[in-house]
Design a protein around this ligand. Structure first.
Ligand SMILES: NC(=O)C1=CN([C@@H]2O[C@H](COP(=O)(O)OP(=O)(O)OC[C@H]3O[C@@H](n4cnc5c(N)ncnc54)[C@H](OP(=O)(O)O)[C@@H]3O)[C@@H](O)[C@H]2O)C=CC1
Ligand SMILES: O=C(O)[C@H](O)CS(=O)(=O)O
Length: 491
């Protein structure tokens, strides 16, 4: 457990991983604007004071990245893969410490944090391998004296802005394809969780990543750094993960330069249980899908739809499982659910519960914050959910499971699709024709069938509608960091 007396460094096997400075052009730099506090969300204790870099320092990181990228792009894919493999190996070698740092700043249980480290590292491993497979093509000429070639080249400098909920994996899911393609990468982590990003830079340096190829710009002013990323002509690609609201701001800012953008934005995932589902499997899937990272993921179930004939049985089974979940400090053994990231997150969950109760919803489990102590909130289930309640259209981003009742497929597909979002969706059913029909009818970038966990580096992750632009992961993921060039050769 972390408190005022226990220094985070004392918990690490390699205290050198707990760096608090920025990493710019291969140098460790103090912030022109001093420092900002990073707190442990479980109890609010300050665990580090991190360098607060200025917009000018972000501009310097971009300038250094422009120079370094020219050389990095000359390396063969195999040479880039060699450095990325060493980086991956170091991440896995230090998985325990990286997990401890992540839990300390973000709050998720240590086992989940270590899982994120392995998930994050998998993008570096996977795209290191893809670096060797950036193929072009020859096209039969349209005239006898013409030979046509298509080659793929790195876009240039990529800049990232990432959220606090996956402070390691959301950076590596972008840096992996970017570095493999031959881009340089400048990362601006979330204010709440910069330590995990900085630790990645410590290991990148140890892995022999050339100076300037990977930089981390911690800052307490998101909008200031975001404007630099969008307005600096040295940046050719902006990649963002976070809310749709902020995604819109960045897209507007990037439009002036017609900058290529990847956007992984908000979600509002439906989780549908049909009457032919394996109910026990559906309950376990709902637990994992709803309560992973305490409900603070963009792919968490936000609306749970249960067919009428199995509604009561599912509700009782889910309630029994949720009642057994342990809420506590992520660094303590046996914790299933850590704290939410801050008080605003608690307020959002409480607002959604109050709104639902005022409109006829019934809390059958949880419903209370642990106000005595930190940002803890008991996992909550509400029955009698209806489409006029706030969580039907807003992402709760917390441990609240609203159960909606439905009669037939067409009704639930219409309800599931009735949102501006389109990231992840899930359903449990056995009938094969139902599986095909529903999977094709759901308007989402991702559909989980008889599973509540869909995230892997080998598959394309991304949303439709207002959940984003582009895909991260899979062999498709590297395309977002490449430009396609057509060469017309007259012989
Ligand atoms: N599709 C996906 O993969 C994901 C989507 N999300 C969505 O994001 C929301 C919760 O995450 P949250 O971090 O609060 O999202 P935010 O969009 O508020 O923040 C995401 C990042 O953007 C930064 N930011 C905020 N405002 C600006 C700005 N004007 N210019 C530049 N950068 C800015 C934040 O900085 P700072 O930390 O300083 O505020 C943070 O680093 C939910 O809607 C969730 O669904 C979250 C994670 C993944
Ligand atoms: O930020 C998120 O919520 C992640 O995209 C979810 S996942 O990829 O880790 O499942």
């Amino acid at each position: 457990m972390l408190d005022q007396t226990t220094n985070l460094k004392n918990l690490l096997k390699d205290p050198g991983l707990l760096e608090t400075r920025g990493y710019v052009g291969g140098a460790w730099v103090e912030g022109d604007k001093g420092t900002f506090d990073v707190t442990n969300p479980a109890r609010g204790d300050v665990i580090a004071q991190v360098s607060d870099l200025s917009r000018e320092q972000a501009a310097e990181a971009i300038a250094k990245a422009e120079v370094a990228q020219k050389e990095w792009a000359q390396w063969t894919g195999k040479e880039r893969a060699g450095v990325m493999r060493k980086w991956f190996d170091l991440m896995m070698q230090h998985q325990d410490d990286l997990g401890t740092i992540l839990t300390a700043e973000q709050g998720k249980p240590l086992a989940e944090a270590k899982g994120e480290i392995a998930y994050g590292a998998s993008f570096i491993e996977f795209f290191g391998e893809e670096a060797k497979r950036v193929y072009g093509e020859m096209i039969p000429g349209h005239q006898r004296d013409k030979r046509l070639m298509v080659i793929k080249q790195p876009i240039g400098v990529a800049a990232s802005i990432t959220p606090w909920n996956f402070p390691n994996a959301m950076i590596t899911r972008k840096a992996g394809p970017a570095l493999a393609a031959g881009c340089a990468f400048v990362a601006r982590p979330a204010t709440e969780t910069p330590l995990s990003a900085i630790a990645l830079a410590v290991l990148a340096e140890r892995a022999g990543m050339p100076a300037g190829v990977f930089s981390v710009v911690p800052s307490s002013s998101a909008s200031e750094i975001g404007k630099e990323f969008c307005e600096n002509p040295g940046v050719r690609k902006l990649t963002f993960t976070g809310s749709t609201e902020v995604g819109r701001i960045l897209l507007r800012q990037a439009a002036d330069q017609v900058m290529k953008c990847s956007m992984e934005l908000g979600g509002n995932a439906p989780f549908i249980v049909f009457d032919d589902a394996d109910l026990d499997a559906a309950v376990e899937g709902a637990i994992m899908c709803k309560f992973r990272n305490n409900g603070q993921t963009c792919v968490c179930a936000n609306r749970i739809y249960v067919q009428d004939g199995v509604y009561d049985a599912f509700a009782e089974k889910l309630r029994a499982r949720v009642a057994a979940m342990k809420v506590g400090d992520g660094l303590e053994d046996g914790t299933d659910l850590g704290p939410l990231i801050n008080h605003d997150a608690i307020d959002k969950v409480q607002e959604h519960i109050a709104d639902a109760k005022a409109k006829g919803g019934e809390v059958i489990q949880g419903g209370e914050a642990d106000a005595t102590n930190g940002n803890f909130f008991g996992p909550t289930i509400i029955t009698g959910a209806t489409r006029d309640m706030a969580f039907a259209t807003e992402e709760t981003f917390g441990p609240l499971a609203p159960l909606f009742r439905f009669d037939d497929e067409d009704e639930v597909i219409a309800m599931a699709n009735d949102t501006i979002f389109g990231l992840a969706s899930y359903f449990y059913a056995k009938d094969l024709s139902r599986v095909y029909k529903v999977a094709e009818a759901l308007e989402y970038g991702i559909v989980g069938v008889n599973t509540g966990i869909i995230s892997t580096e080998v598959a394309p992750f991304g949303g439709v509608k207002q959940s984003g632009l582009g895909r991260e992961g899979s062999h498709h993921g590297i395309e977002d960091y490449l430009e396609m060039k057509y060469v017309c050769l007259s012989i």
